[in-house]
Design a protein. Structure first.
Length: 442
């Protein structure tokens, strides 16, 4: 009798083992872009396997070899199930391998779905880390302005400022009251020294390009982006003139100014506002004699006078988008989607994201105590979560070359110095954009 029972148990165990083997969990193969975080991803892979039993294999491309490594790997039987693209151009190159992610859990929890790489209404690339930029302002100074009995506006708080017209009215009057506010000017120096002008020839220039492509329904994966009309050039000029007029320094002297100098002017409360990204908090806090408290560091969108800009948010984006290889097996695709969601929803995964990878994660799965404490990072997340607000995506990844950007920066300096008129600057943008893309397309 005992032998029968033991034999039966052995057969049941074997049957259960076969059933388990039949339900293949799938494998995740991740081709990592950043060598500096390779060890973190390897730790993550081990942690995930301990929690779920699913194998995650991490491979890392050497610096500046990601595209060539991805191309080589995709041609093998060990092709990555999880890889990344750098935006619309990357999607155009890899669209045949990008699975539709619209129904995945991670996409459902993307705070601002306009940030995803989409094609015909479906999502194929999901941003896994974001950065943002806008107009940083010191709330202590703006509050001081709103308390002035002599102010020439009716504004009572920054919450009322939702257009260029209102921003200009506010800043012009703050400039008139600069001495009462204890500042040298509203805006910190517009750094136009060669090599220090990226905030204008790239970041600020992104806005007119974004609106031109968006409002003309331009396919960002096509060569339609290789020519522009610069039809929102006057909107660029609006905010650029405001920056350089309501400033701590005369516009003719901007050719020697650096980003570090501008951030120091803001940190020492010589200026009330400065355009920069969330990475700037470290610069501000690190200035010797910094007077700006973390709780007073706030963001305002870069308003330029475009129709409907009351619903415009900050310029938020990334060059890092997750994609799942649609040529992988269904089991591996599902395992990969599960792994991404675990990374941004489980306690273990989220700890790695915030504490070891240091990401601003664009997902609503993070509780308040799990989010970054950096004041500008907190502002980025706050804007992404605002109802009815649309972030300005990073289209500067479509700029033709560094030469184009450098030429634009040089033209802006000459414009400020009075040696080049705006019509010439605008015409050069259109001409140089086309010329530089023609060189790429040859």
């Amino acid at each position: 009798m005992k032998r029968i029972v033991i034999g039966t148990c052995i057969m049941l165990a074997a049957a259960m083992s076969l059933c388990a083997a039949g339900k293949k969990k799938g494998t995740v193969r991740y081709l990592n872009f950043k060598p500096e975080v390779a060890s973190v991803y390897e730790e993550l892979a081990a942690a995930y396997e301990r929690e779920t039993g699913v194998k995650v294999i991490v491979e890392t491309a050497a610096n500046n070899t990601y595209e060539s490594t991805l191309t080589a790997k995709m041609a093998t039987k060990q092709a990555p199930t999880l890889f990344q693209i750098n935006g619309p151009v990357g999607y155009a190159n890899w669209k045949d391998y990008c699975a539709d992610l619209t129904k995945t859990e991670i996409y459902k929890h993307l705070s601002d779905k306009s940030l995803a790489i989409t094609d015909k209404g479906k999502a194929y690339g999901i941003p896994y880390v974001v950065e943002g930029y806008g107009i940083i302002y010191n709330k202590a100074i703006t509050d001081k302005y709103f308390a002035l009995s002599s102010r020439g506006t009716s504004f009572r708080s920054m919450a009322e400022i939702n257009s260029f017209a209102k921003l200009k009215e506010l800043c012009d009057d703050m400039q008139k009251n600069a001495s009462l506010l204890g500042i040298k000017g509203v805006f910190a120096s517009t750094s136009l020294k060669a090599g220090e002008d990226w905030r204008w020839q790239t970041h600020l220039a992104n806005l007119p390009v974004y609106y031109e492509f968006k409002n003309n329904n331009v396919d960002l994966t096509s060569k339609a982006t290789h020519q522009i009309k610069f039809q929102y050039g006057n909107n660029f000029r609006n905010i650029f003139d405001l920056y350089t007029t309501d400033s701590v320094v005369d516009k003719k002297n901007l050719g020697v100014k650096t980003v570090d100098q501008a951030m120091a002017e803001f940190a020492l409360e010589e200026a009330a506002m400065v355009q920069n990204g969330n990475w700037a908090w470290g610069q501000i806090a690190g200035v010797t004699g910094n007077k700006v408290k973390a709780e007073n560091v706030k963001y305002l969108p870069i308003y330029t006078g475009v129709s409907g800009e009351a619903s415009q948010g900050l310029c938020i984006g990334t060059e890092n988008f997750y994609c799942i290889n649609k040529k992988a097996s269904k089991a591996d695709q599902q395992a990969t989607a599960d792994f991404i969601y675990w990374l941004y929803s489980s306690p273990t995964g989220k700890r790695y994201v915030t504490q070891k990878l240091g990401f601003i994660a664009p997902f609503d799965t993070f509780a308040e105590n799990e989010k970054p404490t950096d004041p500008l990072a907190k502002e980025i997340l706050s804007y992404m979560e605002k109802k009815g607000i649309t972030s300005v995506s990073w289209n500067f990844t479509l700029f033709p070359s560094q030469t184009f950007k450098d030429n634009f920066g040089a033209d802006l300096l000459q414009y400020c110095q009075g040696s080049k008129d705006w019509n010439t600057v605008a015409a050069n943008v259109v001409k140089n954009w086309k010329t530089e893309w023609e060189l790429v397309d040859e």
